[in-house]
Ligand binder design. Structure first.
Ligand code: ADP
Ligand code: MG
Length: 402
């Protein structure tokens, strides 16, 4: 796989380089509320600009339906990017239209242009290969094409599991290079599925078992312990025959959970106490109950303190940790302690600690935890999960083809 450093070695001065970044950040009232992914994109952009490249950045935000939609404009991201880069950011009002073409042509060495949300064009995510290829061709043309020195760098780890025009097809049209973020993410994930140092402990939470079943299936044979919290633990508790009140329950997954429990022996550790409430609100009255005695009418919204202790003990000697999915509804203060406590135990583990999942990474930042205490915080929720499921990532596979 050719890397960004290979491209830099060839020289990028005066060349237009199209970079696919992952700038898919949460917005509220037109402001970026968590800029983690923008920050993670800076090293590659800075490196290219410092070497005199004319950088064209393409990225998506949310899920617009293949047409311009002001709600999903990247404009607020352009402003934040400019602040963090400490350099001006030109912003195109379209993806490959007149504004994009004009600004791309006018770029000077060391200048950066951000294109409008790439998903404003239906070609980006189309299942029709011809339509995708046509859009990719328009994107490639913004660089002038290979003959004029155009090149493509994929640094959008969060999108490499998508066979989209700006992630996949474009790499077949331009000399292509792997960005540092994609390279680092893949290196870390390789360790989690390859020969991880033991004990290897995986902590899973979040909302649904069904989202993570394939990961559990693939990782279970490799791990020493699997700790399960979050909304998904109730389907496991139900599989053990317990009542779970009004907690999140996927009845169609109970059988799968029963099978996993049978296969896992005592590898799977479930919570023993649960913080419950009748309502899903920040000022709700709460109580902590035994996990096998959740009262009718109550929802389990966090794991309890005894469970946090048990999970921490199971993490204390871990040489490899992968954590995905909050332990509770951390967005509401009364249900944040489980996630905070387990996150602290993850950072205290002696070995490599990796956090995957968009909400888990957001929780780390929102709860004021020290981000540098983790070995690696993945920027790609879906991408890291698909990798851990054992699937090929199209955006990485295409970079490997020369
Ligand atoms: P990630 O993005 O890290 O993979 P998920 O998307 O799977 O995580 O899940 C995150 C969501 O799960 C959070 O919004 C959190 O509120 C929710 N969640 C965690 N525990 C519970 C619970 N007990 N009941 C309902 N929702 C929960
Ligand atoms: Mg999520």
């Amino acid at each position: 796989m050719r890397t960004l450093d290979d491209l830099i070695k060839h020289g990028v001065q005066g060349r237009r380089v199209l970079v696919r970044s992952d700038l898919n950040v949460p917005l509220k009232d037109g402001k970026v509320t968590d800029d983690g992914r923008i920050r993670a994109s800076l090293p590659v952009l800075t490196k290219l600009l410092d070497h005199g490249a004319r950088v064209i950045v393409t990225a998506h935000l949310g899920r617009p339906k293949g047409a311009p939609d002001p709600q999903y404009s990247l404009r607020p991201v352009a402003d934040r990017l400019a602040q963090l880069l400490g350099r001006p950011v030109e912003f195109a009002l379209d993806t490959v239209g007149e504004s994009a073409r004009l600004l791309a042509n006018e770029l000077k060495d060391g200048e950066l242009l951000l294109l409008e949300n790439v998903r404003f064009n239906a070609g980006e995510t189309s299942k029709d290969e011809g339509e995708r290829a046509e859009f990719a061709r328009c994107l490639a043309l913004l660089t002038g094409g290979e003959d004029e020195g155009g090149a493509y760098v994929d640094d959008a780890f969060g999108a490499v599991h998508r066979k989209h025009a700006s992630v996949y097809d474009i790499a077949t049209l331009l000399p292509h290079y792997c960005g540092d973020l994609v390279r680092d993410e893949v290196r870390v994930l390789e360790q989690l599925v390859g020969e991880p140092a033991r004990p290897y402990v995986v902590v899973l939470g979040g909302s649904k078992v069904s989202d993570k079943l394939a990961v559990i299936d693939n990782l279970l044979p490799k791990v020493d312990r699997l700790l399960v919290g979050g909304g998904m633990c109730f389907t496991f508790l139900a599989a053990q025959g317990h009542e779970v009140g009004d907690s999140l329950l996927e009845t169609d997954q109970v059988e799968n959970c029963r099978r996993l429990l049978a296969e896992a022996g005592d590898k799977i550790v479930l919570p023993t106490d649960i913080v419950v409430s009748a309502e899903f609100s920040a000022d709700a009255a709460t109580q902590t109950v035994a996990a096998d005695a959740i009262p009718a009418g109550q929802k389990g919204l966090d794991i309890g303190p005894r469970s946090v202790e048990a999970f921490a003990a199971a993490l204390a000697d871990a040489q490899t940790v992968f954590w995905n999915g909050p332990m509770g509804v951390f967005e509401l203060a009364p249900f944040a302690a489980g996630t905070k406590g387990v996150a602290e135990a993850v950072t205290a583990a002696p070995g490599l600690s990796v956090v995957g999942g968009g909400d888990s990474a957001a929780a780390v930042r929102a709860l004021g935890l020290d981000v540098t205490a983790f070995g690696h915080i993945s920027t790609g929720g879906g991408a890291s999960l698909e990798y851990l499921e054992g699937k090929e990532l199209p955006g990485v596979a295409v970079l490997e083809q020369v």
